[in-house]
Design a protein around this ligand. Structure first.
Ligand code: GDP
Ligand code: ZN
Length: 451
């Protein structure tokens, strides 16, 4: 695929704000000509591929914006697979904005979010899972997340998928051969080979699915939402947890701690704690809006902690809140247990943890409870993955099981082959190789049946 036909995109590649270095990146067929013009036009020496050139950067009317290093990566040996030029100036927001504006005035288009990686995928520089790993790496909030995303980017996940995909196509070719030949031609071993292959591949996909589930959990992090009446101690509990678990260390603009939200590291994985009552307070001006937001947040929670006051026991108002909670894992938290000798009776069918946000007693039990409910046992996934990948692997496993069932009862070979084809197609969705030619190619190259 030749993406050089498309337009040339430009973006400031470094984060907003002041810094030592600021980079403007261009990609597309006109990247070189636009960058050359920005660097003073034909008067300057031409850019040598992959060499660092010291250059001044100019406006169209000849004013110097900044100076720095220019790097030229000719297609296809660049991040995007297109011609890429990077202008590395100083990390001045104003100079970078001018450079960007000049590039646009000279015919480049402001890149959409992720467009460089999207082009890298379209040009075959990264497969889909790797392109997604770029985003996961950028957004990683913990060491474990960053390591897993880097492994995915290096292709750990894609290679595992591709390896199974290849075996699946081979098995499909075997099954297809059965469609064209009678059993006498192929011999007894043929059916046995298919049966063995189905068992083998089913195990491999199941294992990869488990790893992908871990990877997806890891990439997503956790979200725990606190609900409860005023004054039961939700804010105190959030603070106590933030103090106990190591708080997130990366300083990211716009995520300063506030009353409503804390981020903690649980077994090295980031977990967001949100106080819905706080949301409601924040939405006081438009109460309905605040309640709608709280409801939305509750639905997105992986675990809900319904905090209640152990010193007064279960109240009618607690019951109202409980009945209003969406389906999903939850715990009743008996806070202020320091005020009573034993926690009060818990509503039937509910799991409770008694603790004191004030003294810290019972926080260990809550910690265990969180790890269990969020599935964060510390056996982090070997690579990062997403819901999309998990679903594709689930589909693939379903189809494999169907093929196995059909085959074991001597079912119609066409249907076995069809299920295998679907299983392979589902796997291919992970890396974005969704080409039916694959399967045909595999069949033709391995079986010179000459029919
Ligand atoms: P929220 O409205 O649910 O966020 O409750 P707060 O966290 O603001 O706490 C309400 C009151 O309960 C404050 O006076 C806290 O000091 C007190 N409180 C919170 N947790 C405990 C606890 O574990 N034990 C005791 N004795 N008091 C607590
Ligand atoms: Zn509060």
């Amino acid at each position: 695929m030749d993406y050089q036909q498309g337009d040339t995109i430009v973006a400031i590649a470094t984060p907003p704000g002041e810094g030592g270095v600021g980079i403007v990146r261009l990609s597309g067929p006109r990247a070189l000509s636009i960058a050359t013009a920005l660097c003073g036009g034909s008067a300057a020496e031409p850019l040598t591929p992959r060499y660092a050139h010291f250059r001044r950067f100019y406006t169209r009317d000849g004013r110097v914006i900044d100076h720095g290093i220019t790097l030229y990566f000719p297609a296809p040996h660049s991040y995007t697979g297109e011609t890429v030029v990077e202008l590395q100036g100083h990390g001045s927001p104003l100079a970078l904005a001018s450079l960007l504006a000049e590039a646009i005035a000279r015919g480049a288009r402001a890149a959409r979010a992720g467009e460089f990686s999207e082009r890298a995928f379209l040009n075959g520089r990264l497969d889909l899972a790797q392109a997604e790993a770029v985003a996961d790496l950028i957004h990683a909030r913990s060491d474990a997340q960053a390591r897993a995303a880097a492994a995915s980017l290096e292709g750990a996940f894609s290679q595992a998928v591709d390896g199974i995909h290849r075996q699946l196509l081979h098995l499909l070719a075997l099954a297809e051969a059965g469609l064209d030949f009678s059993e006498e031609d192929l011999g007894d071993t043929h059916e046995q080979a298919i049966a063995d292959g189905l068992t083998q591949l089913g195990r491999q996909v199941a294992r990869l699915l488990r790893q992908a589930e871990q990877g997806a959990r890891l990439a997503r992090g956790g979200r725990v939402v606190l609900a409860g009446r005023p004054n039961v101690g939700k804010s105190s509990l959030m603070n106590a947890l933030a103090r106990r678990e190591s708080a997130i260390v990366t300083a990211i603009p716009g995520t300063t701690r506030d009353l409503l939200r804390e981020e903690i590291l649980l077994n090295g994985l980031p977990v967001e704690l949100i106080d819905t009552a706080g949301l409601r307070q924040a939405g006081d001006a438009v109460e309905a809006e605040g309640i709608a937001r709280a409801r939305h947040i509750l639905h997105s929670a992986q675990l809900i902690l319904l905090v209640a006051d152990a010193s007064v026991g279960w109240q009618a108002e607690d019951e109202v809140i409980l009945r209003d909670l969406p389906e999903g894992p939850r715990r009743i938290i008996w806070n202020k247990s320091d005020l009573v000798s034993a926690p009060p009776p818990t509503p039937a069918g509910e799991v409770a943890v008694a603790l004191s946000a004030q003294t810290g007693a019972g926080l260990d039990a809550l910690h265990q409870s969180l790890i269990e409910a969020l599935g964060m046992h510390g056996d982090n996934g070997p690579f990062s993955a997403r819901r999309r990948h998990v679903e594709a692997l689930e589909d693939s496993l379903d189809q494999l099981n169907t093929a196995k069932d059909l085959h074991s009862v001597g079912g119609v070979p066409e249907l076995v082959a069809q299920s295998l084809r679907e299983a392979a197609g589902a796997l291919a969705r992970v890396t974005g190789q969704i080409d039916a030619e694959d399967i045909l190619g595999e069949i033709f190259s391995r079986f010179c049946i000459g029919k």
